[in-house]
Design a protein around this ligand. Structure first.
Ligand SMILES: [Zn+2]
Length: 281
């Protein structure tokens, strides 16, 4: 099952004025959706360079190990100060503790939300940050925009002592993972999984069981993990999205995704169960 993230609690509160400093807070500065980090992948210390100017928005977005986490977001046309580099979420796996990564995942999604809601989608007026909730508010027509979360159904499919794995053309060489796809408007997560597996692998599934979920900030997904059993049909890879797929025995697996991913946790759990089954007399 999905473990709770240690140390990090989401929260929300405006920083007013946006450039107000708080020496105890952990600051996550974003230019667009790019997090600025210092040498050794550390979060920048305050004060931040004056060359950045006034941020578009600044707000508290959570508490990490008892400290407030504050994010500041600048528009994409601001130059990156020379003392910083861009922190990539996936490359920080293994370098940052899970709580700090969870904070980054939330902050990155909120940076996208700020940037994509500068103006009202209903009337075009400049949006303002709400005080009491995580929302952008239109002062002219009252329209509110909340952070978008896009559910994705991801499934490990079992057939005897084998599991279905596939590779997309953008994976690193040799890596295979579970199949996944975005939930369509009006669709349940289970129906999405049935449809995706039929579209991408050509087979039907049944006995869909919920496993757990994971926030995934590319750019605002929520992965909903399931296991399911093969029902019928022959494997046919969808040409546009799947480079290769196949049934893999639990003890003969290809290169798999990172251990922090929901896909990997599901694959490991399923294969552990299959291994235990075969050991039983
Ligand atoms: Zn409006």
């Amino acid at each position: 099952m999905t473990a709770a993230v240690p140390d990090f609690e989401p929260a929300y509160g405006l920083v007013d004025p946006p450039d107000a400093e708080d020496g105890h807070a952990l600051v996550f500065p974003f230019i667009g959706q790019k997090l600025l980090i210092g040498p050794g992948a550390t979060l920048p210390r305050q004060p931040l360079p004056r060359s950045l100017g006034q941020p578009l928005r600044a707000f508290r977005f959570g508490i990490l190990g008892g400290r407030d986490c504050v994010m500041r977001v600048w528009p994409t046309d601001i130059a990156i100060p020379s003392e910083y580099t861009i922190g990539d979420y996936r490359s920080l796996w293994g370098q940052w503790p899970p709580g700090q990564l969870a904070a980054f995942a939330r902050a990155r999604q909120l940076a996208a939300w700020v940037l994509h809601n500068r103006f009202c989608g209903a009337c075009g007026q400049a949006m303002e940050p709400a005080r009491a909730e995580t929302a952008c508010e239109c002062p002219a027509c009252g329209h509110k925009a909340y952070p978008r979360i896009s559910p994705v159904a991801i499934g490990v499919i079992l057939k005897g002592d084998e599991i279905l794995l596939a590779r997309s053309p953008h994976f690193v060489p040799g890596m295979y993972s579970a199949l996944a796809g975005f939930v369509e408007a009006g669709e349940s997560a289970e129906d999405c999984l049935r449809r995706e597996i039929r579209e991408e692998a050509g087979i039907d599934i049944h006995n869909i069981r919920y496993f757990g979920s994971q926030s995934w900030p590319y750019p605002h997904s929520l992965m909903l993990g399931f296991t399911a059993d093969y029902l019928g049909g022959n494997l046919v890879a969808q040409e546009a999205e799947i480079e290769d797929l196949g049934w893999f025995r639990f003890d003969s697996l290809p290169v798999l995704p990172h251990g922090g991913s929901l896909a990997r946790r599901m694959i490991d759990a399923v294969c552990k169960t299959l291994a235990e089954k075969t050991r039983r007399p």
